[in-house]
Ligand binder design. Structure first.
Ligand code: 4NP
Length: 153
């Protein structure tokens, strides 16, 4: 059985598509399935933001095929781990949970790396340097998750 990981942010066009692409790139796809979703439905069906596609491509990862979708309460049972990017995503997802089995699956992504910063900042209204910063924060956390779940050989 594959371990299923869901990456969640607000819009599912900037941070969580990067997290999906980065983690999928690091793990053995026969062992781990990765998806992403947004707590808001502003961009359903859209490709990721061009700036996320660009920074991922710079590091050899293609996320251009991804399509935005909204987080659904059925995701609690469909996934083993639900990683959120910031505290507001955490609050929004937890508010949809119905029991502790569901809520205990939800974690801040950066809790995987023991640093003072525990939120991946929303880069949507900023410039390219924000996307570069977000890429590296997500990449560090995904290294640790991949180590736990099954790194690509
Ligand atoms: P994301 O960034 O949550 O990292 O995908 C955002 C994308 C779009 C919006 C907000 C944040 N928006 O307001 O449309």
């Amino acid at each position: 059985m594959k371990t299923k990981v869901l990456m969640v942010c607000l819009g599912n066009i900037c941070r969580s598509p990067l997290a999906e692409g980065i983690l999928q790139h690091k793990v053995n796809s026969e062992q781990v399935f990765v998806d992403s979703a947004g707590t808001a439905g502003y961009h359903i069906g859209n490709a990721p933001d061009k700036r996320s596609i660009g920074v991922a491509r710079k590091y050899g990862i293609n996320i251009s095929h991804q399509k935005c979708r909204k987080f659904s309460p059925s995701d609690f049972d469909a996934f083993d781990h639900i990683y959120v990017m910031d505290q507001s995503n955490y609050d929004d997802v937890i508010a949809l949970s119905e029991n502790t089995e569901q809520s205990s699956k939800v974690k801040l992504l950066l809790d995987e790396i023991k640093t003072i910063q525990n939120e991946v900042p929303d880069p949507y209204y900023g410039g390219a340097d924000g996307f570069e910063n977000v890429y590296h924060l997500i990449d560090s956390a995904c290294d640790i998750i991949a180590q736990k779940l099954g790194r690509k050989n």
